[in-house]
Each structure stands twice: as structure tokens, then as C-alpha cells.
Ligand binder design. Structure first.
Ligand code: ADP
Length: 159
């Protein structure tokens, strides 16, 4: 039986939607790796160190391990000997991409299974990119991100 799972993503930055998935994952698994992808296709707003730091600051549970990784998720999973991947689902629009990724990962490593967790309805429209846009425009993002993330966004956009 799987005791640990990997929740992988870019987390640029972490939002309440991600935190909701982490909380749900902790009720299913003893240990959750929150694994921050270093090599994302587009230039991230926050560096890998900043993204890791913000997650560590907002998740205070010693069953959560936050770290960065480079390269293929399946290689990282093999390295950890953890073959359960967690992904959050917001809407049907997420499904096609997640379905493709999940089957690709399994084709690369047959032991891999992806567990999809449905987010709380109130975060179903929330994404890191929306948060970045709102932060840039000076909107109130209190409901969407933890306070440390809000502060970091204000430092970038409001000086
Ligand atoms: P990626 O760039 O790989 O999509 P993200 O950091 O945006 O990574 O997201 C990581 C995971 O968290 C993905 O499975 C994504 O669907 C999920 N996720 C993102 N935002 C939310 C949210 N508001 N509620 C639930 N899951 C979410």
C-alpha cells in the first residue's frame, strides 16, 4: 500500500487551491512530497528557491516534504521510490491535459498511478496565473493566497 505520494507542480506561486489539495492528500497519505518543478517551459515569476520557501512557510506539517526537482517526474519518482502522483482537478478543462500526462507517465514507468483530487468549489477557478495577474493589477488577493505569498507579490509589483 502506498504510504507516500508526490504532488508535483510549478507552484508559481502556491495558492489556496494548492493548499486545499495538500490538506486533502494528507488525509489519504502518511507523507506528501510537494515537489516543485524547476524546468518549467516559460520563465517563472518566482525562482525555485522562492517558490520552495513560500510553500514551506505556508505548510506547517512535518508529514510534508517540500523540495525542487529537475527533469522527468518519473525519474524523480523512481529516485524517491514513490509511485503515486497527486494532481488537483478544477474543471473539465483540466482533464484532457491531466489525462495525457497521467498516461504518458505510466507509459514511461508502469508502476506510476495518478490520483486526482477535486478541489474545494471555491477554488475551482483559481490558478497561479490568475493570482499573478491580479497581483500585478493591485487587486485584493487575500482569499486566494496565504499572507506570505501576498507579501512577496506586493514586493514585486508595488516595490
Ligand atoms: P502545473 O504548471 O504543472 O499545472 P501548477 O502548480 O499550476 O502546476 O499546479 C499543480 C497541480 O495543482 C495541478 O494538478 C493543478 O491542476 C493543481 N491546481 C492548480 N490550481 C488548483 C486549484 N485552484 N485547485 C486545485 N488544484 C489546483
Amino acid at each position: 500500500m502506498a504510504v507516500a505520494a508526490i504532488y508535483a507542480g510549478s507552484f508559481d506561486p502556491i495558492t489556496q487551491g494548492h493548499l486545499d489539495i495538500i490538506t486533502r492528500a494528507l488525509s489519504l497519505f502518511e507523507k506528501v512530497y510537494v515537489s516543485v518543478i524547476e524546468n518549467i517551459e516559460k520563465e517563472p515569476l518566482f525562482s525555485i528557491q522562492e517558490r520552495i520557501h513560500m510553500i514551506k512557510d505556508s505548510v506547517q506539517d512535518d508529514r510534508v516534504i517540500v523540495e525542487g526537482f529537475q527533469g522527468l517526474l518519473v525519474d524523480y519518482a523512481r529516485e524517491k521510490n514513490v509511485f503515486t502522483i497527486i494532481r488537483g482537478l478544477r474543471a473539465v478543462s483540466d482533464f484532457e491535459y491531466e489525462f495525457q500526462m497521467s498516461l504518458t507517465n505510466r507509459a514511461l514507468e508502469p508502476k506510476i498511478d495518478t490520483v486526482f483530487l477535486m478541489t474545494d468549489q471555491k477554488y475551482s477557478y483559481l490558478s497561479s496565473s490568475i493570482v499573478r495577474q491580479l497581483g500585478k493589477l493591485g487587486a485584493n488577493i487575500d482569499a486566494f493566497v496565504p499572507s506570505n505569498v501576498k507579501q512577496k507579490l506586493q514586493e514585486i509589483y508595488c516595490g
